[in-house]
Design a protein around this ligand. Structure first.
Ligand code: HEC
Ligand code: HEC
Length: 286
C-alpha cells in the first residue's frame, strides 16, 4: 500500500466551490496511542479565555485511515523527516566547523521539552521567536553557516526533529515573558479579522464552523500541536507558516510573509489556544 496516496481522493474533491456542507459531525471518539504504547493527549480542558470547553487535536477530525497512519510510527511518512533531521543535527556545517551535536550532544536529552515551549520571547530580538527563527540565528552566530530559506527541506526536517524530542509533552507558551501579552493581543485580533474576497476570519472556519464540512474537509479547531505536519495530499511536511498562509489564501486574501509580525502574533495566539494538548510532531493530516 502506498500510504502517500491516501489523500488523493480528498485532493480531487478540492476543486469544487467554497461552501460549507450541510453535514455536521462530532470529532471522532478515539484515543491516539502510538505503536500501541505511547498515549497522546489529544483532548484537554481549555484554559480560560479559549472559546471552547475542550481543546481537541485535529487528529480527531481525520478519517480512520489517516488516524491510523499517525498511530503507527513505521507507517508515518513524517518519521522520515525526523530521521533526516537527526542526520542534519550531527552534520558539521559552516565556517566554525560545528554541528548542533558539537554543543548539544544527544538531542533526546538536551532538546527534551524545548519545542513544547515555542514560540518563546526572545529578549535580544525584542519579539517572539519560533524554532525556525531561533535555529536560523543560531546557525549564523554559533556555526557561521547560512540561515535556511523559508521552507527549505532541511529547515523542515531539523525543526521536525527538534519538535519531536518533545513528543507527547503538553504545549505551553509563556505569556508572562517580555511583551508576549501584546503579541497575544495582536494575534487574537488577527484571528477574528475577516479578510479576502470571501470575508472570512480564522474563527469563521475553525470556531463558527468547527465540526462542519467544507468540501471534503472536516473542520477542526485549527490547533498547531502537530506541526510541522505531514500532509498526505502534498506528500510533504508542511510548516506552520505555510499552513497559515494556505488558510489565508483560501479566503482569497493576499497572505503575509512567513515569520512576519502578523504571522508570529498569530502563532503566539493560536499555539496558546491549544495549551495542554500533546506535541504530536510529526502529525499526519490529509
Ligand atoms: C557553539 C555551540 C552551539 C552550537 C553549534 C549550537 N548551539 Fe544551540 N545553543 C547553544 C547555547 C550556548 C544555547 C543556550 C543559550 C542561547 O540561547 O544561546 C543554545 C540553545 C539552543 C536552543 C534553545 C533552547 C531553549 O531552551 O529555548 C535550541 C532550540 C538550540 N540551541 C538548537 C540548536 C540547533 C538545532 C543547532 C544546530 C543547527 C544548534 N543549537 C547549534 C550552543 C550551540
Ligand atoms: C475557509 C475556511 C478556513 C479559514 C478561513 C481558515 N482555515 Fe485553517 N483550515 C481550514 C481547513 C479546511 C483545514 C484542514 C482541516 C482542519 O484541520 O480543519 C484547516 C487547517 C488548519 C490548521 C491545521 C490543523 C491541524 O490539526 O493540522 C491550522 C493550524 C489552521 N487551519 C489555522 C488557521 C488560522 C490561524 C486561520 C486564520 C488565519 C485559518 N486557519 C483560517 C480552513 C480554514
Amino acid at each position: 500500500m502506498d500510504i502517500r496516496k491516501l489523500g488523493l481522493a480528498a485532493a480531487l474533491g478540492l476543486t469544487a466551490g467554497m461552501a460549507f456542507g450541510p453535514a455536521q459531525s462530532d470529532p471522532v471518539d478515539d484515543t491516539l496511542v502510538i505503536d500501541g504504547e505511547t498515549e497522546i493527549t489529544t483532548r484537554a480542558k481549555a484554559v480560560e479565555g479559549v472559546p471552547f470547553d475542550e481543546v481537541i487535536s485535529g487528529w480527531h477530525y481525520r478519517t480512520d485511515e489517516t488516524r491510523e497512519v499517525e498511530a503507527d510510527s513505521f507507517a508515518n511518512p513524517g518519521m522520515l523527516y525526523v530521521e533526516r533531521g537527526e542526520e542534519i543535527w550531527n552534520t558539521v556545517d559552516g565556517a566554525a566547523g560545528k554541528s548542533c551535536a558539537s554543543c548539544h550532544d544527544n538531542a533526546a536529552e538536551s532538546m527534551r521539552g524545548v519545542g513544547a515551549e515555542y514560540p518563546k520571547w526572545n529578549a535580544a530580538a525584542g519579539k517572539p521567536y519560533n524554532l525556525e527563527l531561533f535555529i536560523n540565528d543560531h546557525r549564523v552566530e554559533k556555526m557561521q553557516a547560512e540561515p535556511y530559506k523559508f521552507d527549505a527541506a532541511d529547515q523542515k526536517a531539523l525543526v521536525t526533529f527538534v519538535k519531536h524530542q518533545s513528543f507527547g509533552m503538553p504545549v505551553k507558551v509563556d505569556l508572562e515573558a517580555g511583551d508576549m501579552k501584546a503579541w497575544w493581543e495582536q494575534g487574537k485580533e488577527r484571528y477574528y479579522t475577516r479578510t479576502g474576497q470571501l470575508n472570512m476570519s480564522c474563527a469563521t472556519c475553525h470556531e463558527d464552523n468547527n465540526g462542519n464540512y467544507i468540501r471534503a474537509d472536516h473542520l477542526s479547531q485549527g490547533n498547531v500541536n502537530g506541526f510541522p505536519t505531514y500532509r498526505l495530499k502534498q506528500s510533504n511536511m508542511v510548516s506552520l507558516h505555510n499552513r497559515f498562509r494556505g488558510c489565508i489564501r483560501d479566503t482569497r486574501a493576499t497572505y503575509p510573509a512567513a515569520f512576519s509580525d502578523d504571522l508570529m502574533a498569530l502563532e503566539v495566539y493560536v499555539t496558546w489556544r491549544g495549551t495542554g494538548l500533546s506535541v504530536e510532531t510529526p502529525a499526519v493530516r490529509q
